[in-house]
Design a protein around this ligand. Structure first.
Ligand code: URA
Length: 209
């Protein structure tokens, strides 16, 4: 089964409280989501491979570590995943960014792709899928399947809040995908909102409500 990593760092938990607050406006919400994404990205990149290199300090030549150049890709699920891109890119600016746009068909309730643009060498990259809210898991499942169909084999999922239902569905179907979250909330309501959650992350990021 894929690992579930709940990042209980005090800074992340404090920022989570701020974005849960319904009185936090879009400007602050965006800023805090970006900061949290950077902190989550720090945890996700913990296992990046290093190589030993020589470096000349002002005092002498020494051996030191540098990233060994693993190719990474960041894949926000539109639209709310966009809010997490800049924070992660700030840590790993060389990563390529692919976009996956999905909407829920009102009749079948299945996610349907409406826009997908990926790095051409997506199958060679370690991918970080971004979606702040892992609710039913429908979008994450569709995005992961889409990426695997394109040849991707090393995928991590980064969210801010997840429901137990969303985690279960991803873990049941994708045992190779680790999930990173700041919180596992209580449940989904009848409209598939996470409770207590933070409302609609896309609307809160982009001020569309
Ligand atoms: N998407 C959101 O933005 N919020 C939820 O609570 C569930 C899905």
């Amino acid at each position: 089964m894929g690992k579930l990593i709940v990042i209980d760092h005090p800074l992340i938990q404090h920022k989570l409280t701020l974005i849960r607050d319904k009185n936090t406006g879009s400007k602050d919400f965006r800023e805090i989501v970006k900061e949290m994404s950077m902190l989550i990205g720090y945890e996700i990149t913990r296992d990046l491979p290093l190589q030993e290199v020589e470096v000349e300090t002002p005092l002498c030549v020494t051996k030191s570590k540098s990233l060994s150049g693993k190719k990474l890709g960041i894949i926000p699920i539109l639209r709310a995943g966009l809010g997490m891109v800049d924070g992660v890119l700030q840590l790993i600016p060389a990563a390529k960014v692919g976009h996956v746009g999905l909407y829920r068909d009102p009749v079948t309730l299945e996610p349907v792709e409406y826009y997908c643009k990926l790095p051409t060498d997506v199958e060679e990259r370690d991918l970080i899928v971004l979606d702040p809210m892992l609710a039913t898991g429908g979008s994450a499942m569709a995005a992961i399947k889409f990426l695997k169909d394109k040849g991707a084999s090393n995928i991590k999922l980064a969210c801010i809040i997840a429901s137990p239902e969303g985690i279960k569905v991803v873990q049941d179907h994708h045992e190779d995908v680790d999930i990173y979250v700041a919180s596992v909330d209580e449940k989904l309501d009848e409209n598939a909102y996470i409770v207590p959650g933070l409302g609609d992350a896309g609307d809160r990021l982009f001020g569309t409500k």
